[in-house]
Design a protein around this ligand. Structure first.
Ligand code: CP
Length: 333
């Protein structure tokens, strides 16, 4: 079995389905035992969080374990991840020591490390997450890295199943305007998981905002191999037709990677069209509205949509707790 939980396609569809079944049992109170009794889990946050941090800490407690939360550069030393570097700058400790020390204390390590948004070729290799996985002999759980957010996408798949049943759905992942370029981890992982679960996936984005080509090829393979499909559209007015799930997210353009000002200028005319509003939702097939949160109201989505009865964003956030308990139980039992 795979030791780590870094991205969903390290696991088969059957294994992912098993995680969701287990998460549903946790949610229904059917798994009362404490698989983490006497164990600690390290949670390393390079970046801010509400949902991930709170749901992991609560989940570890409910499984009988203890969470050790570290914030490099805040409550722990600043960290270097590059090999062979002369550490005469502002980094105090190397991941080589940090991870190998931490793993002597804990049963698993969760890590949040966003894309730096400076060098695309570097970010797409997920360098910091990869270093944690390389140095740790204990399971590493990705709590959002430069390229993937698999705990989020598993909660998303669980939410779709809860709300709409097990059969494949017409799922729209739509780009939305945001005042600054954001990382691609959430759209990458949502699209990948939707493909692995065999949904008919449509990705809508303006020209210039395509996802990673290699990942798109994997998403297409997964969709076709699991009875689904992949369609990419650049016209927001056609995107919502027939959709049963609308998942909104903003992300930055690879064309302007490391040039936030250029991206911000390029996207300026997209603002009015690329927002999820009531008129677009009415074109859908009574779709549920999803977003990973945090979300900027009346920028990504209107109040009318996020406050409507078709919005499932709070349930989606709750499901992070249940799915992460299922993942930790699978890795650590
Ligand atoms: N969706 C999500 O990961 O939320 P946080 O950034 O608050 O953890």
């Amino acid at each position: 079995m795979e030791k780590n939980f870094l991205k969903s396609n390290d696991f088969s569809r059957a294994e992912l389905e098993e995680i969701i079944e287990s998460a549903l049992r946790f949610k229904n109170g059917e798994i009362p035992d404490k698989p983490l009794a006497g164990k600690s889990v390290g949670l390393v946050f390079f970046n801010p969080s509400l949902r991930t941090r709170a749901s992991m800490q609560v989940g570890i407690y409910e499984l009988g374990g203890n969470a050790v939360i570290l914030e490099p550069g805040g409550t722990s030393w600043t960290l270097e991840h590059r090999d062979g570097v002369v550490m005469d700058g502002n980094k105090t400790e190397h991941l080589a020591e940090f991870v190998r020390v931490l793993e002597r204390y804990v049963a698993a390590i969760g890590v949040r490390t966003f894309a730096h948004m400076e060098n695309w070729e570097e970010d797409r290799t997920d360098p910091i997450l990869a270093a944690f996985a390389r140095y740790s002999t204990k399971p590493v759980i990705n709590l959002e890295s430069a390229m993937h957010h698999p705990c989020q996408s598993m909660a998303d798949m669980m939410t779709i199943r809860e709300k709409l049943g097990e059969k494949k759905k017409k799922v729209l992942l739509t780009w939305a305007w945001h005042p600054k370029p954001l990382p691609m981890a959430v759209p990458n992982s949502f699209a990948l998981a939707a493909a692995q679960f065999g949904h008919d996936l449509r990705i809508a984005h303006p020209k210039g905002y395509g996802l990673d080509y290699k990942l798109l090829a994997e998403i297409k393979n997964q969709a076709e191999g699991n009875g689904g499909s992949l369609e990419i559209v650049n016209d927001v007015n056609e995107a919502f037709d027939e959709a049963e799930v609308v998942y909104a997210k903003s992300w930055g353009s690879k064309n302007f990677y490391g040039n936030a000002a250029g991206d911000i200028e390029f996207r300026t005319p997209l603002r009015n069209d690329w927002i999820v509003d009531e008129a677009k939702m009415q074109k859908s097939n009574n779709a549920i509205f999803m977003h990973c949160l945090p979300v900027r109201r009346n920028v990504i989505v209107t109040d009318g949509v996020i406050d409507s009865h078709r919005s499932v964003v709070i349930d989606e956030a709750e499901n992070r707790l249940h799915v992460q308990k299922a993942i930790m139980t699978k890795l650590l039992r």
